[in-house]
Write a protein that binds this ligand. Structure first.
Ligand SMILES: N[C@@H](CCC(=O)N[C@@H](CS)C(=O)NCC(=O)O)C(=O)O
Length: 209
């Protein structure tokens, strides 16, 4: 049994989608970041960076923060969603890191300057939207002739998909990136993705371009 501490955000959804795909039993605990619950002392014991998601695996006693680390842990624990060895494994890790260091932070900053602090900095709004568009271009080229980011459906897809589902928040017209659009819509149809999207609570429909 896994305890998942999460909220209805892209980083949280990566883990709930992976757990649903893997069919691992878990209990979701809501950490309402709008109410600063990520700063509560009990949560900080397992997530010292005061950010969701985090997990505690009651079977192994391992507590983890950072969505990328959690995805690798779940894939290794089950032997699924990531090849066990060879170039194929590093390809998944490569694109997972691309999401963790690029798509997530840049789109997240776009959300901050376009929504939470709209009007504070025209430069920052432009910079992060342009960076998000550049990254969509990178992903679009990667997906040319491919169904998935790596050879097979993997934690690399699961890491990027919830961020792309916020395309409207970072002012990206997904129709400008036909390979990303095709990939996004095909993953959106997966029952596990549809369940994981609504953890820890119902969150409206998955955006459809
Ligand atoms: N690198 C971290 C980022 C986690 C993160 O930024 N989580 C956001 C929600 S998507 C959060 O908890 N924000 C709360 C805050 O900024 O205080 C990860 O991938 O797990």
């Amino acid at each position: 049994m896994i305890d998942l501490y999460t909220w209805t955000t892209p980083n949280g959804r990566k883990v709930s989608i992976a757990l649903e795909e893997l069919g691992l039993p878990y209990t979701a605990h809501a950490v309402d970041i709008g109410k600063d619950e990520q700063f509560k002392p009990d949560f900080l014991k397992i997530a010292p960076n005061n950010r969701i998601p985090a997990i505690v695996d009651r079977d192994t006693g391992i507590a983890l923060m950072e969505s990328g680390a959690i995805l690798i842990y779940l894939a290794d624990r089950t032997g699924r969603l990531m090849p066990k060895e060879g170039e194929a494994r590093y390809r998944v890790i490569e694109w997972l890191m691309w999401q963790m260091g690029g798509l997530g932070p840049m789109a997240g900053q776009a959300h901050h300057f376009l929504r939470a602090r709209k009007g504070v900095s025209e430069y920052a709004e432009e910079r992060y939207v342009n960076e998000a568009k550049r990254l969509y271009g990178v992903l679009d080229r990667r997906l040319d002739g491919r169904d998935f980011i790596a050879d097979e459906y993997s934690i690399a897809d699961i890491a990027s998909w919830p961020w792309v589902s916020r395309y409207e928040w970072h002012n990206v017209d997904i129709n400008d990136f036909p390979n990303v659009r095709r990939w996004y819509l095909s993953i959106a149809k997966r029952p596990a993705v549809q369940r994981g999207y609504h953890v820890p609570k119902p969150a409206g429909d998955i955006p459809v371009p």
